[in-house]
Design a protein around this ligand. Sequence first.
Ligand code: CA
Length: 229
Amino acid sequence: MNQKLKVVIIEDEKNICRFIETALIAESYKTFTAATALEGLSLITSQCPDMILLDLGLPDMDGIQVIRKIRQFSHTPVIVISARVQEEEKVTALDCGADDYITKPFGTSELMARIRTALRHSHQTDSSNSVYSCKDLMIDFEKRLITLGGEEIHLTQIEYKLVSLLARQAGKVLTYDYLMRQIWGPYSDNNNQILRVNMAHIRRKLESNPAEPEYIFTEIGVGYRMREE
Ligand code: CA
């Protein structure tokens, strides 16, 4: 790549920050690091990065508040770095505009894959992908056609909406709340049961073993993520 993509890393744990920075530099990204939310926000303003990695546990500001502040002025993808104890918070982070999350400890290949996915989605316009294709599954969004191994799969309207939302953002986790709001509207019940029931039906139709899905993965306590490749 000619022009290096810029990544702002906001993380107060020095070792983790250095680990991420080293991994990104090895992949030819240009990095800027901050140990506090305030430093991070000022770097985002001055550098206009292509990607933001944000630790949820910072000394000077609540992570959720940082995301809200970023989203007031920037659409740059944000990947949240969370500790296992921050389970609840990472869901809120996604619902407040973060694009994805990664849980400590993580490896470089997982981190790079998340970054590539988020970058790809940020550069994609809605109409750019008219087909989703992965292994035996093919979705033609224009024709509203789903085939599995060449055989047409019949989904109800809600099932189709759900699958196409996930497929259009394949690789990215979509939260239960986001899916509920997209499908059942802003006044939908907070109860995810209806979502789970629909997902169970979808899996019965798409997956050869619904207990070990190949296409739509459950992110426990968070939402669903569709396979990207
Ligand atoms: Ca921290």
